[in-house]
Every structure is written in C-alpha cells, then in structure tokens.
Design a protein around this ligand. Sequence first.
Ligand SMILES: Nc1ncnc2c1ncn2[C@@H]1O[C@H](COP(=O)(O)OP(=O)(O)OP(=O)(O)O)[C@@H](O)[C@H]1O
Ligand SMILES: [Mg+2]
Length: 767
Amino acid sequence: MENYLQQLNEAQHKAVINTEGPSLVIAGAGSGKTRVLTYRIAYLLEKGIAPWSVLALTFTNKAAREMKNRIGQIVGQETASKLWMGTFHSVFAKILRIESEKLGYPSSFSIYDTADSKSLINSILKEMGLNKEKAYRPGTVLGRISAAKNDLIIPAVYARDPQRTSADAAARLFRMPEIYQRYMRECRKAGAMDFDDLLLNTNILFRDNPDVLEKYQTRFQYILVDEYQDTNFSQYLITRKLAEKHKNICVVGDDAQSIYSFRGAKIENILNFRNDYQGYQLFKLEQNYRSTQNIVNAANSIIAHNDKQIKKEVYSQNEEGQKINMFQAQSEVDEGFIVINDINDTRLRNQCQYQDFAILYRTNAQSRIFEEALRKKNMPYKIYGGLSFYQRKEIKDLLAYLRITVNPRDSEALKRVINYPARGIGKTTMEKIENLANQNNLSLWEVITNPALPNTGFNSGTLKKLSSFARLISGFMSQAPNMSAFDLTNEIATQSGIMKELHQEKSQENQTRIENLEELFNAIREFSDERQESGENNSLVDFLEEVSLLTDQDNDKPDDLNKVTLMTIHAAKGLEFKNVYIVGVEEGLFPSSMASATEPGIEEERRLFYVALTRAEERVTLTCARNRYKYGELTFARPSRFLGEINQEYLNIPAESRSFAPTGKETGSFAKKKRFNLKDDSAQEKKKFNFSGKTLQNNDSPSRFNSLAPGEQSQIQPGVIIEHERFGQGKVLHLEGVAPNIKATVFFKNAGQKQLLLKFAKLKIIT
Ligand SMILES: Nc1ncnc2c1ncn2[C@@H]1O[C@H](COP(=O)(O)OP(=O)(O)OP(=O)(O)O)[C@@H](O)[C@H]1O
Ligand SMILES: [Mg+2]
C-alpha cells in the first residue's frame, strides 16, 4: 500500500491522524487543506471505518470526484465509491429522495434550476399584476427568496421579520412575503425543489423527524467539510445537527478566501465552530506548496489590507520565482491579444502545455474577447460557466420531456414542451389552464388529465390536442420502468417529434443541435455505465439530478484535457494552474462597481483577488485596458486600486505601464513583519476572532484627516461627498488624470470650486 502519510509535513500529518473529536483546520491558500481532508479520509478507511459512515462535503462535484479518486488510489476504488461524498446539494438531494415521503414530496421530485425559478416567479408576478413594476425583477425577487431560505426563514416568518420587510419596503418590494408564499406553494404543487430548498428541506426533515435525524447521526460517524468559509447558515446547521452524536467533525477553510457572502455564505460559521465544539482541536498549516515565494508574498501583501481577517501568515519554500507581470492595454481587444500572445510565447519558451494556462476574470461577459483571440490563433480552450452545454435550448427541451416523464407535475418542464414541437396548443389555452390550476390548487398536468376538463369550456379541437399530449407523456411514463435511461431518451427524442423537427429544415444550426442531442445521449450512456460499474443508482432520475446540480467547475469532459482554461475567479476556487492571467483589473470591474460602495463589499473583492493570485504556481500576469466598452459605449477605464495595494517589491511593471505604479505607504513586507499568530484558545485569540470586537475595527485612527490610501483614492468618484481639512464639505464633480496623479474637481459649500491632487489632499470620505 502507498505510504501516503509520508507525503505530509508534520502539521498536516497531525491534522490527518488525530481523527477523533471536532477539528478545525484554518490555513492560507495552497497549504494543503484539501490534501489533509483527502488523506484523513483515506486514513479512516485504512483504520477500518466503513466508507458509508463517512460524510465528506466539497464545494464542487469535480472536487468530490477528484478526492474520491485519490482516496481510491490508496484504499481501492471500490471502497472509495461507497463514501458519502459530494456537494451539500447533491448529498442532501440523495437523502431527500430517500426520505421524500416524510416531507410530502414524490421521490422523483424535480430540481428547478435558476431559469425555472425565474420563469415561475415571472408567472407569479404576472398573476399578481406586478410584472410591469420596475422594482419586481425576477432575479431580484429570487435573490431575496434565496437569502431567506438560506437563513432558514420560511414565508410565514418572513412576513413577521422586521429586518426583511423593512429592507423590502426600502426597495419598494412591498409584496415580497406574498410572492415568497406563492412561490413555495407552486414548487410544492409541482413536486419541485429549487437549489436552496434542498438545504432548507433537509433542515425541516431533521427538525420534524427526530428518528430520521437520529438515523443519519448514527450513520455518519465522521463528517468532513472542505471550503468551510463559504458555507451558509442552512449548511452550517445541517452539519451541526448531524455531528451532534459522534462529534467527529473536521472542517477546513480559509477566511481570506470567503467569496460567496453575496450568496449567503457566513464567515461566522468558523467562529460558531469554536463555540459549538468546546475542546476542539485547532490545526494550522503555514507552508504553501503551490506557489512561488513571490506569489505567496504578493498575495499576503494584498490581503493585509483587509481589516476583517484572522491574522495568519503563509510562506513558501518553493523557488523565489519571477515577479508578477503587469500589462496595460489600449483597449479590451488589445488586452485579448496581449494575453493570448503571451500565452503562446510562454508556452514555447517554457515548454508548457495549453492546460498549464488559465485566464481568470471577474464576470463571464469578459470571456468573449479572449475566446475570439484564441480562435484567431487556433489555440484550444475550454470555457466554464456562461451558457453551458446543459443550458442550450435543444438540450433543455429534451431534458424537459425527461423531467415530466419522471415527474409529470413539473409545471415548468411542461410549459416548456407542451407546444414544442408545435401542436397547436396556444397561449390562450395555456393561460386558461394556468388559471384553472390556480383556482383548483392543482398542477398543470393535473388539470390537463382531469376528467372534468371537458366541462371547463375548451372546444373539442383543443381538448383533443391536450389529450393527445397527455397520452404521449403517459406513454413515456409507462415505458420508463422497463427501459434503460439511454433507450428511453432516444425513444422520447423520436416520439416527441423533436428529431423530426430538427431534421425537417436542413440548416447548419439544426445540424449542430442534432449533434448536441447526440452528445446528450452519449452523456447518458456514460453516466449509466459509470454508475453501474461503481454500483450506484443510474436511473433517469439520478441522471437528471446530476445534470441539474452541475456547478461552474463541472463541465470538464475527458477530451477537454490539453486546453487553455477560461473561467471566473469564483469558479477557480480550490484549483491550481502553472500560469495565471487575471484580466480586466480595473476600477468598476474588479473591484466591481456594485461592491465598491461599501467596505465589506471591497473586502470581499479583495479576497477574490487573493483567491485569483493564489491559484498560480509559477507565473501571474495582471492586465487591464485603458478603454473598454460598457453598455455599448467606449469608456475610459482606470487601473484597479488592487494594483496599487500589492507590495511593489513583487511586481514587474513595464515602463509603458508605469502609470499604475503603487504610491501608498504599504510597502513594508507583510510576510516579514507579521508571524502567523493563530493560537489555540487563548483569550487574546478569542478576541481576534470576534469580528465585531475592537481588534478588527480600524475606526479609532488618531487624526481625523489623512491623505487617502491608494485604495481609498479610487472611492473618490463624481457625486461622492467628501470633507476637506480646510475647505469643509464638498461634492466631487469630476476626475482627470491617471493614478497616482488623479486630480479631482470638487465644489465646496463654503470655499467654491477647487482642484485637488488626490495623493496629497487631506480628506475624509463622507458618503
Ligand atoms: N506536504 C506536501 N508536500 C508536497 N506537496 C504538497 C504538500 N501538501 C500539499 N501539497 C500540494 O500543494 C498544492 C496545494 O494543496 P491543496 O490544494 O491541498 O491546498 P489548499 O489549502 O486546499 O488550497 P486552497 O486554499 O486553494 O483550497 C497541491 O498541489 C498539493 O498536492
Ligand atoms: Mg483546497
């Protein structure tokens, strides 16, 4: 057997073999947290713990797959395949299917994706006559419902929660409680759960069924969670409940990499851990194995600008490595070419593979420029997120047929295909059916198949069309139990008329669609075979579940190996690449303009920047553009404040890009100044963890007026109210010049219009 324990340093080794009781591993990026978790599981299995009594929760399915694979190499794949391992959503979806009856759901419940949820919200808004109101955008409404669910606030409580209702009132969303209530009702009628329901319903299941909770508490002797800093309250509570009995819970995380608070992630979960599990063991890992010294130091220097963090240091004993490169391009198109050319040069010079390169951006929309440049150069690439394979129209159409076959009450799926291919079931008919469904508290399917339907005023032509659709679906339903998922899908593609429809008009577009559907058949076959081999469930329900729970990191196909990777930084969490390009490092883009308004927002963006930097093993390149199109208009872009915040020692700035040389006072080496000081349980340490405590608040500075730090300078934007040491309060009118020589024109109430050079002016930002 492989001696994997030798592949650990002393601190990691300790964290692996001390398996009993609660453990907290908090450590910086690339220090082997995921490796510790992986080897800890291998170690447990080797000691004879049954794989099905281990529950391991990862942030993506891909991470789970890789971890399982690695464990399999040590203890045998068969044993590894029996672990309960996956994302929160996929593991608890599995448990919910087993226990669905207790919640009044069918075991083949559908999982609504974001598009389904938005479409449902749209219908609800329409019914309530709110669809023309500007405040009620489906995305906004869904965001609020999602936040409520992840805080375990159900509709009845929502309406009584003053914090929520007053926030809604401020956003002019007065009818949120009712929308939320209706949304829940519709999902239930449809036998569907959205992503957040998977967690909420798990909590409800455990709350209302002590026997069920006890069963899983007993089963899961060991619970392990990766990326703990990004769990939300709902997830936190699930693990806490499950761990109550054995208390063998090990969580690993890095507060500096918490980047999902916009989705409800709570950094406080780490703090709660300390309170919930008295006598827990704390493990700290200090050595980064991933990156060069230069990259680690640069990353430390940037995260040091955040107030709210658990102080810790990470060091690398890898090579010092080269400095971080920076390029400022004229335009976004130039940025694309600079990056692609640099990838090509580096690949040839350093004999790298395409797969050694990643281009990371803040928003999906930035990918297009790089895709075009890569295509022009004939370089292979794979792109994550954005419009993934499973979001294509033809794929969603066929999947919708599969969904209603396993759960005919799935109204979003039904709406999608009842008239595709065209069957003459028009909008008016659908509106009537939806009304009937609402009035009688039924799903659309229950209306269509209702014996009383002929008495509701439809003409005989329409009735015929509806019953022929119902017969088609019923046919699929009765075939389903006797057919493999693959054969059934083929059958449905033909009998539904989708294939005929696509073959009828011979266009390039339709040809591509047919190829995509064939790809879907392949995916189903692969899924069935793989699952069969490992002895896991491989029904159509399981396939649909897997597809609906794919994350941005998951569309990695085996043939996708030697390609340049394009992804958002959020999706890059946990991953590593030899060469990393962080692009669009500009104010308003990164940090994003939405986040720049508040200090917590900026801190989260800074953590995101830290995550981006620490993905790299050898080389980091930062790029920005002078001009960029925004909403169809060419705008002047300023380099990001983050460029000024990196300790200059670690940067290589070409002469033509000197304009963003940092000017701030933060040039001392953070790495040398501060040692890792996360000590176990000392009173002083507790204080540091207390985020609301004084130690982490920086608002008691001695003088009221200082020159602005480079980070703050970029908060000075037209419209911002400032207070000047001598001139008093004034409003910023406009800015000119490039950092660090930005001049602001300000109108002061008492002193009139003045021009200030921001790097010298002694100011305070008021709003
Ligand atoms: N003791 C070690 N010896 C050699 N390589 C190691 C050691 N520990 C970890 N590594 C390697 O260092 C890299 C980073 O490890 P890992 O991904 O586990 O870190 P992490 O703390 O989970 O990072 P992140 O914070 O990005 O999630 C991996 O390539 C891993 O294989
Ligand atoms: Mg990790």
